[in-house]
Structures are given as structure tokens and as C-alpha cells.
Design a protein around this ligand. Structure first.
Ligand code: N01
Length: 811
């Protein structure tokens, strides 16, 4: 926290969004549209993200304005007029300011506020976000819209602090005008930023020294004022371009040539390169299909661009030093310039090649290279960014068990689809590492990521799910896939910000997904369509309410509507209900009740009985204002539910009893007592009995079940003969007595019978059919235990329960 600020819990929101650039603004818009309360924190003094910070002279987008805008609002698109083919920084900033105003976003954005911490609280399932202004807010979802290129990278140059002139980084340019007139200026770095700033400074400065470590490939923008024709760009044309871009390799609206550069003649190759050159800018990527895959193909394009530099630069020595060599075209993002190479034809512009002799230090007068001092008044550092992970690593992000994202990512970032990270539930990354945004038009990628995240949030809310978390397996598979794909391309081996190689000490891994924007979109959308495969979706974590001296109750409440209380079995807890919760909570306020240690744990001097638990539950329901409630009990939970119905009939609206077989004293109510239960006979159409031998071998072998196993064992038939005997015993036992008392009961029953159960499915079906023929029942059978089976067929089971509850006659 910043000095002098005391952290305070200021508010709760549904979502916190970090960053108010293209990504953050759209994310805010989408979540607000869905009715969520949202707080956006933005470190800058205005909205705009990268276009707020990169105000250096000459800053301009390398994607055409028509494509570098939002597509979500037709009104916005049609009312905004771009003045040039490639938008300048000022125009983009005006556009984003307009978006913030037009859609009423500003009240939800807190400017000048840097997020310092985001910590996931496992108890509540919420994120707590702390800022340098002392805010401490809680939110269900935390969306990092922190940008791929938002943390400027500064080389560690000794002496800079004593430099007598002024210096600026292009990525954190001051709002006030920096005047170069009559000054001696150094530009350090010749990537996209250096290439844009150089020609503009060259026109103003007395002398300009360009310090080049690696020469760049650059294609001219051929920028033009937007003519009437462009202004009249039709809606149909815009949407055609955008739709094409969405499914393209680079997110651009220009097609990629499907041929190999090596499959055509030299003349044809040259014609294609010339045509792409005349298009200007990034379409050069798509001149041939294999430029980023095959080094020999790539060399043909690289040589073409080197030829263009030779043509433009008059001094052959300077031209030679400006030729990019030693890495493939596109291995670093192709630059888009306006008069960069031509600037070196001016007498006031000097190229300082520092490839073999780096800048040793900055003296008070200027850069010192190989013993030569270059006295300057201003130094412009165009040295790039700590890309993709920089902004996230500046925030202390902690997920489950307090684990830090920075530690998890110490050897390189791992994400699922560049959107989520295992161990960090409900944390979403807009165009995070592992996404393709940086290889094309980032706006197309941002819109896709924000739409995907917003749809995921809507899915969770619709189904009353609280948490969404990438699984470790899905994440591992995605990381492997990202690396495999990069291995097929020429991108993975280049020293650039694509691989983290520009920042000393940063793990060297490919940071973006090189499989193409279209393919990426297909994979993400498929995941969503299939119910978010690779993600664990879970309900609200329980609120824990300690009760008594040793017993402990846990409650999880989700949804709304008539309360439905789920009472689990011995040795189980609220987690057993996870598969059923989404459906049940769509229509009911669901409360799960965990009695721990029935027959085992002690309360005071005596053992806990079902009656104790029923009374506890009664108190609890009263306290929660949750009565009368429907009760669904599983195994011993059904005994508790029955007990509650007996002792506190007013609190119970209906009963669903699962797995109530059992004839030992420990199980105080058998199937038949359940069916014949006085409460039920009084309310015969208000009880659904789901029968089931839920005591699988696996469960019996578990520790929790230990003491009961011995009692149960003699009663458990394993051969046909034993089954027959038990069936007879049932007949001869209390079954008929109970059944006699049932009268013409017609409420449905559900038999859940797993093949691993101690009574076979066939037996269970038979006993129900033979002993209670009046009851219509459904038989769930399948491999595994009945418990596993029920969970597998949770949707059917939940539907059955919901139907039963819906069909209940009014009280
Ligand atoms: O950064 P860069 P950038 N001494 O990393 C050099 C986007 N962008 O800000 O290559 C001397 O590309 C470094 O040298 P080397 C776009 O996606 C878009 O220019 O490491 N030099 C390199 O020349 C782009 O790709 C636009 O040997 C040092 C330069 O600094 C991305 O941002 C405009 C050095 C850094 O180049 C990054 O571009 C601007 C040192 N110690 C940016 N350290 C548009 O057109 C680094 N360098 C939309």
C-alpha cells in the first residue's frame, strides 16, 4: 500500500476489472450489461491503456482504423469518423474517451489507482483487491485487462541518474509536449516505437543519433487521410472485414496467400511481395502461407524487404547497417513505418550501430559507446516492454492456499487458453500469455476474450455456480499445445519480446499462441459450447457454522425460492452435492447440512443421535428463516430428515429420501419404516423415496465406515442364494407390516443401484417390484457404486427431484 494510506475495506462488487484500455472498457461494458456491479481500477490518469501511455511523437497504430475499433455497437461504429487510414495515438485516445462517455462507463472507473494485490479467499470464494490508494474491495470475479505491452522495459544503464538532460521512455511518455527543436537527441531502440519516433524527431531536432542494436524489418504504412469513400465505409463492408479477421490466422482482414513461397517462380514471388508492399503494413505476413514456418521461404521475403531498404537509403554503408539479418522476418513483429529509412538520408540523422559495442553507460552528457561520448539534450528510450507477463507480475496475485502467481510462473507462464490459471478460481485474463493477440490485431482478440469471459460469467450466474477454475490437466495440455505449435514455426527461437528474451532473467518461453487467431477462437468457443470443458465449475463454498462442543454444521446457500435442505450421509459432506447443486439451485434456495460423526463424534458426554441432529437442524432452519423446507436426505441423512419430519412436522414441506435401506440399529429407519413413516402416511403424496443400497464395498472399507461394517457384513448378500434369503427375510420381516400400513401409496420411488453395491441392481429392482408393486419407480443402474452412479446421472436425478417438488400439491 502507498505510504500514508491505511487499507480499508471500501466496498463489495461482483467484479473487479484491472485496466481501462481497450480490454478493460469493453469488459466493463459487457459485465454492466449483464447487471453486475463492477469496479475498474486504472493506474493511468485517464482511460485508454496503451494509448494513454504511448504518447510519443509519431505514435500510431499499425492496424488500419477501420479494423482497429470495437464491433460490439453498430451505433458507435457508424457515428465515429476516423480521420486517417492508420489512427494516431491522439485519435485513438479520443475514441476510447468517447466510448467511456457514450456508454456511461466513467462512474465505474477509478483512475490514478494501481492495483497492488489480488488475493483469493477460499472461505468466501471471493477476491480481495488492494490498491496503492488504500482501497480494499471484495469481488466474486477478478478480470485482468492489464494489456500485453503495458510495462515499459528500461535497460539498466549506469549513470542514467546523473544524466544532465531529460530522458523519456516511449511507453510512459509525459502528457506535456516534449520539444526537440534545436536539440541534440538520442533514440535508443529500433523496434516499432523507435521506428515511429525517429522520423518525427528527425524533423525537429538539430542532431539525432539512433542507437541500433538489432535492425528491424519494416513495411511502410502508406498512410492517407480518410477520404469521403472511407468515411462512407458501409456497415456491411465493416462486418465482412471483421468476420474475416475473426477466423483468420493473424486477426487481420487481408487474406493469407495459400501457396508456399517456394512453389512459385521468382517473378511470381516478387509480384506478390510488391503487391503486399503496396497494401502497406502487416499484410506482408500473409504474402505466402509458409513465411513463418519455413526458413527458406522466409528468406525470400526477408531479402525482398532488405532490397527495399537498399533502394531507400542513399548511403550504401548506412543502408548495409540498417539491413535486418540473423533472424527471420516476423520473428519480431514487423514494423509499420512512415519515412523511417528515409530519415537516414537527412544530414542531421546518424545511425550508431551498437550491436557489437553496447552502450556502456550514460554520462551526464549522453550515451557512452566504446569510449565515445554522444552529448545530447534528450534521450528517448524506445526499448520495449516486459510483455505479456509484466503487468501481472507487478501485482501480488494469490490463489488457492495463498499460492503466488509469480511463483507458479517462475519458470514461465502457464494458463489455460490464455484466459484462466489453475489454482486461481474466477481470475480471468484478457489476452493473457498463451493467447494469440500479440501476433495480429489485438482488438479482434480482445473482443473475443471479453465476450468469452462475459459469457462464462453469465453461465455461472445462470446456473448458480460460484466458481470456475481451469483444471491442472487442461492447463498442462494447453501449455504443451502452445509450445508444440510454436515449435512448428520460426517464432519460438528468436530473441524478442515474443519469447521474453528482451528482459534479462525472464524465463525464455513462447508467450503467445502461434496457432492462429481463428483456430484459437474455434478451440475456446468449442470449450464453452461443451459446458466449459477443462474447467471445474463449483457451487458456493459453504458457510461454516460451528455448533455444540464437537459437532459442526456446514451450510451452503445458493439460489432462491423455497428452501431445499440437503442432508448428507455418514462420512460425507457438502461436496457430495456438487453435481446436483446447479440444477437444484436454479429453482430453490439450497442449504446443505453436514452432520459430522453420527455414531462417532461426541457432543458432551453422549453420542450424537439422529434426534439430536434433527433438533439442531430444526434450530438452524428457524435461525435462517428457512422453514418450511423440502428435505432431501441421503443414507443416514434421510434418517435425520425423517426424524425432523417426525419431531417438527411444521418445518417440513416434503421429504426426498435416498438410500434408506438398512436393518441394523445404527440405521434407525429402514426403507420400510421410511415408506410407512407416520409423517409420510399422513402426507403420502409429499414424500419421494429414492431407494438404494448405497453402501458400496469401497465405502464400507473406508475409515469413516469402519465400526458399521462389522454390523452390516452378515446382512450383506453376495450370492444369488443369499440374495434370495435376504429377500425372504425382508418378506418375513417388518416389510409387510410396514407395507400394509402404506395403503394405496402412489408417490414415485427411485432405485439407485450400482454394480459395485453389495446388493445387486437386479435384486434391488426385484425387491421393489415384488414388495411394493403399487409404487412406480425408476431404476438407475450402472457400473460403480450407487453413489457414483447417482452423481454421474445427477442431471436426471435432479430433474426427477425438481419434478417431484414442482408437482407437489399446494399446502
Ligand atoms: O519494443 P521492441 P517496441 N540497448 O521490444 C532495443 C507494439 N508497438 O516498443 O532488438 C540498446 O520491439 C531492442 O534491441 P534488440 C508492437 O507490437 C506497436 O519498439 O533487443 N537497445 C529493440 O530495438 C511492438 O512489437 C506500435 O536488439 C536496446 C528495441 O529496443 C511492441 O509494441 C508501436 C536495449 C525494443 O524494441 C514493442 O515495440 C510501438 C539496450 N540495452 C509498439 N534494450 C504500433 O505501431 C532494448 N533495446 C501499433
Amino acid at each position: 500500500m502507498g505510504a500514508g494510506h491505511q487499507p480499508r475495506h471500501t466496498a463489495d462488487y461482483d467484479a473487479v476489472v484491472v485496466g481501462a484500455g481497450f480490454a478493460g472498457l469493453y469488459q466493463l461494458y459487457r459485465l454492466r450489461e449483464q447487471g453486475l456491479s463492477v469496479r475498474v481500477f486504472e493506474a493511468g490518469g485517464g482511460v485508454g491503456g496503451t494509448w494513454f501511455w504511448n504518447r510519443y511523437p509519431g505514435a500510431r497504430c499499425d492496424v488500419e482504423s477501420v479494423d482497429y475499433q470495437y464491433s460490439f455497437s453498430e451505433e458507435l461504429r457508424s457515428e465515429w469518423r476516423w480521420s486517417e487510414r492508420y489512427p494516431r495515438q491522439e485519435e485513438l485516445l479520443r475514441y476510447l474517451d468517447h466510448v467511456a462517455d457514450r456508454f456511461g462507463l466513467r462512474p465505474h472507473i477509478q483512475l490514478g489507482t494501481r492495483v497492488e494485490r489480488a488475493v483469493f479467499d477460499e472461505e468466501s470464494g471471493h477476491w480481495t483487491v488492494g490498491t496503492d490508494r488504500g482501497d480494499l474491495v471484495r469481488a466474486r470475479y477478478c478480470v485482468m485487462a492489464t494489456g500485453c505491452l503495458s510495462v515499459p522495459w528500461m535497460p539498466d544503464l549506469p549513470g542514467l541518474e546523473d544524466f544532465a538532460g531529460e530522458w523519456h521512455h516511449t511507453g510512459a511518455w509525459p502528457a506535456e509536449n516534449v520539444d526537440f527543436t534545436g536539440k541534440r537527441v538520442a533514440v535508443v531502440g529500433t523496434g516499432s516505437s523507435g521506428i515511429q519516433v525517429t522520423p518525427v524527431v528527425a524533423e525537429q531536432a538539430d542532431e539525432l543519433f539512433v542507437f541500433q542494436r538489432t535492425a528491424s524489418f519494416s513495411v511502410p504504412a502508406f498512410n492517407l487521410p480518410a477520404g469521403e469513400e472511407d468515411a462512407a465505409e458501409t456497415s456491411a463492408e465493416f462486418h465482412r472485414r471483421r468476420e474475416f479477421a475473426r477466423h483468420s490466422v493473424f486477426g487481420l482482414s487481408v487474406p493469407v496467400n495459400k501457396q508456399s513461397a517456394l512453389a512459385v517462380s521468382a517473378d511470381e514471388r516478387r509480384r506478390e511481395y510488391e503487391a503486399r508492399w503496396r497494401m502497406g503494413g502487416l499484410p506482408m505476413y500473409g504474402a505466402f502461407a509458409d513465411l513463418l514456418i519455413d526458413r527458406a521461404a522466409n528468406d525470400t521475403a526477408a531479402e525482398f524487404l532488405r532490397g527495399k531498404i537498399r533502394e531507400k537509403v542513399q548511403d550504401p554503408d548506412v543502408a548495409e547497417r540498417l539491413l535486418p539479418r540473423g533472424y527471420p522476418l516476423g520473428g519480431k513483429r514487423i514494423c509499420v513505418d512512415t519515412g523511417y529509412f528515409e530519415a537516414f538520408n537527412r544530414s542531421n540523422v546518424h545511425l550508431v550501430d551498437i550491436k557489437d559495442t553496447p552502450i556502456d553507460a550514460i554520462t551526464p552528457r549522453g550515451p557512452l559507446v566504446d569510449g565515445v561520448e554522444y552529448p545530447v539534450d534528450v534521450i528517448v528510450f524506445a526499448t520495449g516492454f516486459d510483455a505479456m507477463t509484466g503487468a501481472l507480475s507487478q501485482i501480488e496475485i494469490r490463489g488457492r492456499h495463498g499460492a503466488a502467481l509469480s511463483e507458479k510462473w517462475a519458470a514461465g507462464p502457464a494458463s489455460y487458453l490464455g484466459l484462466a490459471v489453475a489454482g486461481f478460481p474466477n481470475l480471468f485474463l484478457v489476452t493473457g500469455p498463451g493467447s494469440p493477440a500479440v501476433f495480429g490485431n489485438v482488438v479482434v482478440s480482445i473482443e473475443h476474450a471479453v465476450d468469452w469471459i462475459s459469457d462464462a460469467v453469465a453461465h455461472l450466474r445462470r446456473r448458480n455456480l460460484a466458481l470456475m477454475e481451469a483444471t491442472a490437466d487442461a492447463e498442462d495440455a494447453w501449455v504443451r499445445h502452445v509450445n508444440e505449435v510454436a515449435g512448428f514455426t520460426l517464432l519460438g527461437d528468436v530473441d524478442s519480446w515474443y519469447t521474453g528474451a528482451n528482459v534479462p532473467g525472464k524465463p525464455r518461453v513462447i508467450l503467445g499462441y502461434a496457432g492462429g487467431a481463428g483456430e484459437y477462437r474455434r478451440r475456446c468457443d468449442e470449450t464453452a459450447r461443451q459446458g466449459y470443458t477443462g474447467f471445474a465449475l463449483s457451487p458456493e463454498p459453504p458457510r461454516r457454522i460451528p455448533v455444540g462442543d464437537g459437532a459442526r454444521l456446514e451450510i451452503s446457500e445458493t439460489g432462491s425460492g423455497t428452501p431445499l435442505v440437503l442432508v448428507c450421509g455418514t462420512g460425507q459432506d457438502h461436496r457430495m452435492w456438487a453435481p446436483l447443486l446447479p440444477a437444484l439451485a436454479s429453482r430453490h434456495r439450497v442449504i446443505t447440512y453436514n452432520h459430522r460423526g453420527i455414531g462417532g463424534s461426541e457432543r458432551g458426554e453422549r453420542a450424537v443421535t439422529t434426534a439430536d441432529l434433527a433438533d439442531d437442524l430444526a434450530d438452524l432452519l428457524g435461525g435462517l428463516g428457512a422453514a418450511p423446507a423440502h428435505l432431501l436426505g441421503w443414507s443416514l441423512g434421510s434418517a435425520v430428515a425423517q426424524e425432523l419430519a417426525l419431531r417438527h412436522p411444521d418445518l417440513v414441506a416434503s421429504l426426498v429420501l435416498c438410500g434408506t435401506w438398512g436393518r441394523t440399529d445404527a440405521f434407525q429407519r429402514s426403507l420400510f419404516t421410511a415408506l410407512a413413516h407416520p409423517w409420510r402416511t399422513g402426507h403420502r403424496d409429499r414424500a419421494l423415496t429414492a431407494l438404494g443400497i448405497i453402501y458400496s464395498r469401497e465405502l464400507l472399507d473406508s475409515e469413516a465406515f469402519g465400526p458399521l461394517t462389522a454390523q452390516l457384513e452378515p446382512l450383506l448378500p453376495s450370492t444369488e442364494e443369499q440374495v434370495a434369503t435376504v429377500a425372504e427375510q425382508w418378506d418375513a420381516d417388518l416389510a409387510h407390516d410396514s407395507l400394509d400400513r402404506l395403503g394405496g401409496i402412489t408417490a414415485p420411488a427411485l432405485v439407485v443401484a450400482g454394480e459395485q453395491d453389495l446388493l445387486t441392481p437386479a435384486y434391488q429392482g426385484r425387491i421393489v417390484a415384488e414388495t411394493i408393486p403399487a409404487v412406480s419407480f425408476e431404476l438407475f443402474t450402472g457400473p460403480g457404486s450407487s453413489h457414483a452412479l447417482l452423481m454421474e446421472r445427477s442431471e436426471e436425478f435432479a430433474d426427477l427431484v425438481l419434478k417431484f417438488l414442482t408437482d407437489l400439491p399446494p399446502t
